[in-house]
Design a protein around this ligand. Sequence first.
Ligand SMILES: [Zn+2]
Length: 350
Amino acid sequence: MHTTIPRRLSAAVLAGLLTIGGVGAGAARAVGEGPNPGNGSIQTSALHTYDSMVAELMAQDAKQPAMELEVIGQSVKGRDLYLAKYISDPSKPTILYLTQQHGNEQLTTEGALAFIRSLGTASTSGVLEGVNILVVPMLNPDGAMGDVDFPLDDYVADGGRHLTRYNAVGVDLNRDHVTRLQPETRALHENVMAKYAVDYMIDLHHQGTQSEVDGKLVSGSILYPTSPTVDPAVVEGSKRLGAVVYNAIQPTGWGHLGKYIGGTANTISRNGIASEYGISTLLFEMRGMSDHFYEPYALGQKSNGYLIRQTVLALGATARAVADGSIETVDASFWDTLPEQTTRTGLGDE
Ligand SMILES: [Zn+2]
């Protein structure tokens, strides 16, 4: 356990250390089929702030001997970017979970925090003996806090803050994985991708609320790398990673997954990281965003519980499958019949 002390320890962080708040992994709920926005008011106040997230990471770091917390860089506005590490033996396989490249896609971060909490409990006993786990939560804290150099007046959420896809200077970080002009993507590549021997990565996002397969709105959609420059063996590993996620989510009853339709550009992390580093990657898009200027993209807070649970299940299942080696032999043939999602209104994300 080792904590890199952030350069600025705000009053809010200190307050957060006393009362760790935010969204817990609440009871799973059925996938909503209601009208837009569906599932209650669109509320940002229940989400972790950047400061309360940092406080939670520091509290878990203090509590968990296996965890190490590292600052990998700073955002445009100077917020420290964190990496939570569980490295028992560098020769063991390593999986990386990345959340919130897009600042308005926060339930993935809530799920990642719940997963980190779970790694300090008996529920994940033994997992860490077989796998190294890296978590980069909230890569875009400026967007998540609405601390950006452009107006967010037309964003729809209530709750005291707006969250936006872009970083502080309006760049989409998930289109910056080749040139890496932004400090957030540079930090990820220089201080995570180049420093650790990562075998698998799940890049967690949210899409609009209206994606469906088989006539039913999806709880999420998944996709492996589709760039022509990715090694076919890496794609096969990605498909097996997807199979583990599918097998964990689909049988729950509330989970309903489709195949995401995504681009082939290496500027997107799903493609670029698989191509450049030979890492098997999976894009996992949860239903509905925490805030947006386009109302059909944002999802009411009553869905928070099952979407957080979906993240925790996906992270837990993949960590276990890498740890026990079952990811090497899992049957990935479901991809041959997994329907591509269609959209009732609006477009996708990534
Ligand atoms: Zn996204």
